[in-house]
Design a protein around this ligand. Sequence first.
Ligand code: ATP
Length: 376
Amino acid sequence: MGSVRIENVTKKFGEMTALDNISLDIREGEFFALLGPSGCGKTTTMRCIAGFESPTSGSIYIGDREMKGIPANRRNCGMVFQSYALFPHMNVFDNVAYSLNIKQLNTKKWLAKLPIYARLLSKRLGRTPKDIKDRVIEMLRYVELEQYADRLTSELSGGQQQRVALARALLMEPAVLLMDEPLSNLDQKLRHSMRNTIRSIQQDLGITTIFVTHDQEEAMSMADRIAVMDHGNVVQVGTPTELYSHPATPFIADFVGTSNILQAIVDGKENGLTVVKGDGFVLRSSNGTDKDEVDVIIRPEHVKVADANQTVNEDDTNVIQGIVIMATYLGSIVRYDVQVGSYQLIVDTTYSAGTGIFEEGKKVKLTVEHERVLLI
Ligand code: ATP
């Protein structure tokens, strides 16, 4: 029921193409992130799924059902937005209970006090007021806000308000939960704890969830799979590990994690390894390529730093000469900026009290294993 299929969807606003023939297959029960920079089409994709926008061409399926012509309120999607969209004059309980009204009754009568409308609802839904109350309280318990049921939402913190919005969306028992930048109004610490809350509720309920973010760390830490979007296109879909270790383009390598991206020409093969040359370096890679010119991707944590005088077996690993420009102590790691030719490479090493920190201006040897040199 909860799978979502997007087939060749294009969305134009006048001359502007916001989505350019995108296709996605989101599995039932999956936590799926749409990741990309501002303006790449994430929100437009969500709005098309929810039914707030109609695709210019292409189809969207929720479960086996094509959504063309089906209005937003009949798509069985729960929504959580960046702005919590709560009623400030209503308490937490009523804010959550309000979603029942929208879905089941399609009337605003629920805005009044619960006891009166619980009776009305119970008649129309065949549920007792107690059933309805129990369901709302159950949802509040899920988001750990049971004790706040009587509080006005205007008296809650941002994180608590976002949890009310989540409880409200979940109460509808939607087939799909759509979350558009739900954490971006929260401070860093709260974002971390809300990530865990959302992820564990999602896993508990097994609800298909599509989550929009421009924050790669958020997508990587929460999602089963991620679609990276750029300029209205889906550029790669994969698990966080797949995207990190095999980015399809330099854009993804740069967007998903930190990368060093170097331009190089291919200079033949040596013992089954591809040799590439660029400004200030020669590298051998276990990646094959059929191109003459490549982008070389090296992750900062895959580089080791040694004193320039240290002996390294150059048959086993790549060695590059460099000069330390800056060393930043970040607690458990030291981040170096190292000049190599015209490039400044970022290198993250585990801090060791024995080795200390290489000072600015120090000549160093950088080593990178052959399989850590990606060629795109
Ligand atoms: P952000 O992270 O900034 O929210 P986004 O990836 O969600 O960005 P969208 O909001 O989907 O991007 O917008 C995609 C493109 O479509 C943008 O260039 C935007 O200006 C344009 N766009 C979106 N909605 C409309 C609209 N109603 N009318 C005209 N252009 C629009």
